[in-house]
Design a protein around this ligand. Structure first.
Ligand code: SF4
Ligand code: SF4
Length: 79
């Protein structure tokens, strides 16, 4: 159940700073999570000031797809 970011993200990068596996990538309008890297630790979900992160079972399908696709294109948020 990887985490998924929605379009409430304000790109503060708090999530990227706490993720133990560098799963976050920075796109033009928001951060996204690479579902193949996320280990589902859940730490980022409670740290987000926008409540913009949920696990993929609770996230909208359009955001699940957006995160999966864009995480392969956008640079790493900690790069
Ligand atoms: S903590 Fe939330 S608002 Fe901040 S960059 Fe991460 S997803 Fe976006
Ligand atoms: S759930 Fe854990 S591993 Fe997955 S993106 Fe959030 S902090 Fe990183």
């Amino acid at each position: 159940m990887p985490s998924v970011v929605n379009d409430s993200c304000i790109k503060c990068k708090t999530c990227a700073s706490v993720c133990p596996v560098d799963a976050f990538h920075e796109c033009d309008t928001q951060l996204v999570v690479d579902p193949d890297v996320c280990i589902d630790c859940g730490v980022c979900i409670s740290e987000c000031p926008q409540n913009a992160i949920a696990n993929d079972a609770e996230a909208e399908e359009r955001f699940v797809k957006f995160n999966a696709e864009q995480s392969k294109i956008c640079p790493g948020a900690n790069d």
